[in-house]
Design a protein around this ligand. Structure first.
Ligand code: SF4
Length: 61
């Protein structure tokens, strides 16, 4: 199973993740939430690859 980690210090808030995979990356109560169950493993890997800042990374759990 994959977990997506987010490094807030690296994030440049381009919004690629939220726009591209809104079922996975969400803003809830002003908090950035990652719900891995909202996408396939390919979706998660594509989202991480599309992040321009390197803030997202994949972890096998
Ligand atoms: S795609 Fe990356 S840089 Fe853009 S908002 Fe998401 S985590 Fe931040």
């Amino acid at each position: 199973m994959l977990k997506v980690n987010w490094d807030e210090a690296k994030c440049i808030h381009s919004g690629n993740c939220v726009k591209g995979f809104p079922q996975v990356f969400k803003i809830e109560n002003d908090q950035f939430v990652i719900d891995e169950s909202g996408g396939t493993e390919d979706d998660l890997r594509a989202a991480v690859a599309a992040c321009p800042s390197g803030a997202l990374s994949i972890e096998e759990i």
